[in-house]
Structures are given as C-alpha cells and as structure tokens.
Write a protein that binds this ligand. Structure first.
Ligand SMILES: Nc1ncnc2c1ncn2[C@@H]1O[C@H](COP(=O)(O)OP(=O)(O)OP(=O)(O)O)[C@@H](O)[C@H]1O
Ligand code: SF4
Ligand SMILES: [Mg+2]
Length: 339
C-alpha cells in the first residue's frame, strides 16, 4: 500500500469548527478539526452517536442549516469551499463531491422514474449532454452496480431496499465526482447484501479512482473496506492513521476502548464485551481541556485544563492526547484537596 504522505491530497481540512445555534446556546459539534483526504483513498470515520460525524460530512458539502457557524478552511483542489457563493456551490455539489445517505427514499423522488431522475441529475450539471448519451452512461453504471438496466425505468418503491441503495450509489457516482461521502449508506441493509455491495463498491471505487469518506458505527465494516481511519470523540478528532496501524496498536485511550467494545470472533463466549464507562458529553457544555477526560482511564491533571492537539506520533498515525505530547504543565504536581 502507498504510504499516506506519498499520496496526492484531494481535500485539506484545517481548523474546522462547526457550531449549531440552539435555544440553549451553541452546540460545538466539530471542534478544531484538521486532516487531509487523499486522492483515491477510502477513509473511515467512526465514533459514538452524536460525536459530530454527519456534521463534519455535511460541512464539507456546506449542507448545514443557514444559522450554523462554520469556521476554518476546507480546501478542495486548492479552493476554499467555505468561501464559495451559491452558484459555485451548486456546481461543486454533485460534480466534485456527492453524499450518499442512509435512507434512499429521502433522496429519490417517489413519483419520478429512476432513469428520469438520473438523467435530470446529469443534465443539471451538464446541460450539453443529451438524453440518449446520458441514459447510456447510466445503463453502464447501474449494470456495473449489479442492476439490470430495464429495472431503472421503475419507480423507487418498485425496487428492493438493496437495489435502491445501489441506485443511490449510482446517483453519487454518475457525475464522476472526486469525493463521495457515504453516511451510514449501507447500515439499513442485511449483512449479506451489505457485504456483497461493499465488495462491488470497493472494485468500482478502484476503477473510478474516486475517494470516499465512509461514516459509520460499524468498525468491522471499516476494517474491511477502508485504507485509513479517523476516530472522532465529542466533536474532536482523537486519532487518525492507517487501518493497519490503528487496529494493530491504537494509541488514544478512546480508540482503545472503542476497539475493545467490538465483538470479535476470537472472543471467548464467557468473556464479557467491554463497555466504555460513562456517556458522551452534551456538546452545549463540553468538558474543558481534553473532552474525553471525564471518561478516560489514563487522565492526568493537565487533561482537564488544556486541550491537546492532533500530532504525528509515528508514520501513518496521529493522536490527540497528552500521553504523547510534552508540556511544562504535565510536570505540575497534582493538588490534593483535603476532605
Ligand atoms: N440541526 C442541528 N441543530 C442543533 N444541533 C444539532 C443539529 N444536528 C446535530 N446536532 C447536534 O450536533 C452534535 C453532532 O451531531 P451529528 O449528527 O453530527 O452526530 P453523528 O456522529 O453523526 O451521530 P450519529 O452517529 O447518531 O449519526 C450532536 O450533539 C447533535 O445533537
Ligand atoms: S489527553 Fe488525557 S484525558 Fe485525553 S485521552 Fe489523553 S490521557 Fe486521556
Ligand atoms: Mg450521523
């Protein structure tokens, strides 16, 4: 496998902060996140529910509610998506980047035949493409995805869940984007259909040379599919690196807990599955310092005072944790309060 640093960068995300405005105050859903997405890679994004995975994905496409505050930079082929006006955004979505969601029925039009929908998707971005060549392109693509071309003159409700999900993937690929964001895109399928679809997806992605950000709760799935893994906790990036390095030796205490809580075929039936203590924080009032400190078995005094930053600890592995960083305060004595 090509080492991450030797690959071409497609997206550079720098100091990204996303805050939703709510009646109770701002929700800090993404906090100071920086990482790159490489050309042609599959990057998995995992973390507990509510940690900001979908928010991060939507921020890359600028699909967030208008009152949301987004700061930082999202450089796509060197251009900052956060600076795009509406016309640039319309052109950018679909052509350069597309998103596949969990429920295809929310993206497909129930009263429009699938082929009409796909032709329309092409012609919005490529008005010069006529209906016939657009249809030919769609037929080649859906057959590649394992669907007979005749089936796409059906309405969405006439297809099975697995077929609809394939159509969604087709919709994501039809404009030849450089990046696809798949947000829990195969979660609703049964495991056998999911495994088959993922195998096909991997082949197609290799063929198209497209990068994909796979957002999922399913760690086993990313282990199968992804080249690299990004682990999020409470809006922050905890760890980032090659799948091999992270599964072999997770460095961040949260990643270690997350991996221990995944059922393994080697697990003795009498062994109980690890359950991480505590609950993820409310992001309206996130903990000070490292956001994981109230749950961390290795927390030090500095952890509740200062937030660490994501730093390269070894080749292909970056970690956001004081265990791997020096700071004068790390040597500060713990003040014991007399009870
Ligand atoms: N539109 C919104 N307005 C206010 N808060 C929101 C909004 N959408 C998400 N949030 C909050 O932002 C935080 C991150 O949510 P997000 O949906 O990005 O998490 P997630 O990791 O995708 O979770 P899941 O795995 O359940 O899909 C959560 O605290 C959530 O409650
Ligand atoms: S910075 Fe401290 S609290 Fe946070 S994960 Fe590392 S050791 Fe735990
Ligand atoms: Mg989500």
């Amino acid at each position: 496998m090509v080492k991450a640093e030797e690959r071409d960068i497609l997206v550079e995300i720098r100091d990204l902060c996303v805050r939703y405005q709510t009646r109770l105050g701002p929700v800090s859903a993404v906090e100071d996140v920086s990482f790159d997405i490489y050309q042609g890679e599959i990057l998995g994004l995992v973390g507990e529910s509510g940690c900001g995975k979908s928010t991060l994905g939507k921020a890359l496409m600028r699909l967030l509610p208008p009152t949301t505050s987004i700061q930082g930079r999202v450089l796509f082929d060197g251009e900052d998506v956060l600076e795009f006006d509406e016309d640039q955004l319309r052109d950018f979505r679909g052509r350069a980047i597309s998103m596949i969601f969990q429920d295809p029925m929310t993206s497909l039009n129930p009263v429009q035949k699938i082929d009409e929908h796909l032709v329309e998707a092409i012609q919005v971005h490529e008005p010069e493409t006529e209906k016939h060549p657009a249809l030919e392109r769609i037929h080649t693509l859906v057959e590649r995805l394992g669907i007979q071309k005749e089936r796409i003159s059906d309405y969405p409700h006439q297809l099975s869940g697995g077929m609809r999900q394939r159509i969604m993937i087709g919709l994501g690929l039809v404009l030849n984007p450089s990046l696809i964001i798949a947000d829990e895109a195969t979660t609703s399928l049964d495991v056998i259909v999911e495994a088959k679809l993922l195998d096909q997806l991997r082949e197609i992605l290799d063929e198209f040379g497209v990068s994909i950000l796979v957002i999922t709760h399913n760690i086993a799935l990313v282990a199968e599919l992804a080249d690299r893994l990004a682990v999020m906790y409470a809006g922050c990036l905890a760890e980032l690196g090659s799948i091999y390095e992270i599964f072999d030796k997770p460095l961040h205490p949260y990643t270690r807990g997350l991996l221990r809580s995944v059922p393994s075929i080697e697990l003795d039936e009498r062994e109980e599955l690890y359950k991480m203590p505590g609950e993820p924080p409310n992001l309206t009032y996130p903990p000070s310092g490292c956001r994981f400190h109230p749950r961390c078995p290795e927390a030090m005094p500095i952890c509740s005072r200062l937030a660490p930053t994501l730093q390269e600890v070894k080749s292909d592995q970056m970690v956001n944790c004081w265990l791997y960083q020096d700071h004068p305060e790390k040597k500060a004595p713990t003040i014991k309060v007399k009870s």
